[in-house]
Design a protein around this ligand. Structure first.
Ligand code: NAP
Length: 334
């Protein structure tokens, strides 16, 4: 049926339990039509992000999700019909379409993306993951050559890019990731100096061995116990870029926050800076130019993890939260 619009609805919000594919249902609606100043978009690739799960916990930098709505999420989409002069059929945009085949959105919020191959790079290295890694590390972490940088969720979309940029900047880089295989990938393929496995126990000892000179910059993607362990290993005047807290998104709320706050922050004169990638919108072009240069000269490897089929999006998000992915996970819709 050419006018059908498959949609994945968030059927129930998890209530302190872990997210499963059963929290979602697949429905079929009608293909919408664009009004004045609007565009009709066809979804090509849905971006899967750890934050998709955080949005189910309540309001964040966006309003909280509700049961019964089409699951929210960003996608790389193609313009099918346009009632706006700056967008034409065939143009690609990044848009908050939700998990569905088609969406109608106001065109004024959308910008045409450059045509490049593979188009998936528009979601990974030149999308939110790449820009978050770039700005979070360089603007919040402020690493200097010779310093030790630790990044958590290091084999994920953001973390794998953070570590490589830190290497480009001349730092010693240590990744925290789950499992030996991910650790080997970080050191052997991406050039990290060391990797530690937070699932293998005694993270404190592992970090001490991997960071004999302590930690100068910690890029925090996880919060929770990894954050706490890194906090105790920070050097005086160290910087912590607070990017996200994936360990806190799925399941019951943690019983207490990390120990060491605020005592260690004071005595070590640490700087913690939280950020959202949109804060750096004005510097986007500079970041994209640097990232493209590093990709072109082979210093930055782009790892993507593409799952096929809209119907598999719920399971793909559940898998991301469980650590199935290496690099940027996305779902190919068409
Ligand atoms: P991702 O890193 O590709 O995937 C999430 C990874 O987190 C998984 O692969 C898993 O790898 C790890 N993980 C899951 N549970 C964990 C736990 N309990 N402890 C430690 N690691 C755990 O996802 P992403 O979308 O790129 O997001 C990474 C972080 O960046 C998230 O915190 C997200 O909220 C944040 N973010 C922030 C911004 C911003 O503007 N501030 C923008 C984008 C993303 P393992 O196998 O290693 O467990």
């Amino acid at each position: 049926m050419p006018d059908a619009n498959r949609q994945i609805v968030l059927d129930q919000l998890p209530q302190g339990d872990r997210l499963t594919a059963q929290h979602f249902r697949l429905t079929q609606g009608e293909r919408p039509s664009p009004g004045e100043g609007e565009v009709l978009l066809r979804t090509r690739y849905i971006s899967l992000d750890a934050a998709n799960r955080a949005w189910m916990q309540g309001a964040t930098y966006r309003s909280a999700l509700n049961a019964g709505q089409v699951m929210a999420g960003g996608s790389l989409s193609e313009v099918v019909e346009s009632n706006a002069s700056h967008l034409a059929p065939g143009d690609l945009v990044f848009a908050d379409t939700g998990w569905q085949d088609y969406a109608v959105l106001p065109a004024k919020r959308l910008a045409k993306l450059p045509a490049l191959e593979p188009v998936t790079h528009l979601l990974s290295i030149y999308g939110i993951a790449g820009l978050t890694a770039y700005f979070g590390l360089l603007e919040c972490g402020k690493p200097k050559a010779g310093e030790t940088v630790v990044v958590s969720a290091a084999a994920g979309a953001v973390g794998s890019i953070v570590g490589q940029i830190a290497k480009i900047k001349g730092c010693r880089v240590v990744g925290v990731a789950g499992g030996e295989a991910k650790g080997r990938w970080l050191t052997d393929d991406l050039g990290f100096d060391a990797a530690v496995d937070y699932k293998a126990g005694d993270l404190r000892r592992q970090l001490k061995e991997a960071c004999p000179d302590g930690i100068d910059v910690y890029f925090d993607n996880t919060g929770g116990p990894v954050f706490e362990t890194c906090l105790f290993a920070m050097n005086n005047f160290g910087r912590i870029a607070c990017c996200g807290a994936v360990s806190q998104y799925d399941g019951a709320a943690p019983p207490h926050g990390p120990r060491g706050i605020p005592g260690l922050i004071v005595t070590k004169r640490l700087t913690l800076r939280g950020f959202v990638v949109m804060d750096f919108e004005a510097q986007r072009e500079r970041a994209l130019k640097d990232l493209a240069g590093w990709v072109a000269d082979g210093r930055l490897k782009v790892q993507e993890d593409v799952i096929e089929g809209l119907e598999n999006t719920p399971a793909a998000l559940v898998g991301l939260l469980a650590g199935e992915n290496r690099g940027k996970r996305m779902v190919k819709v068409r």
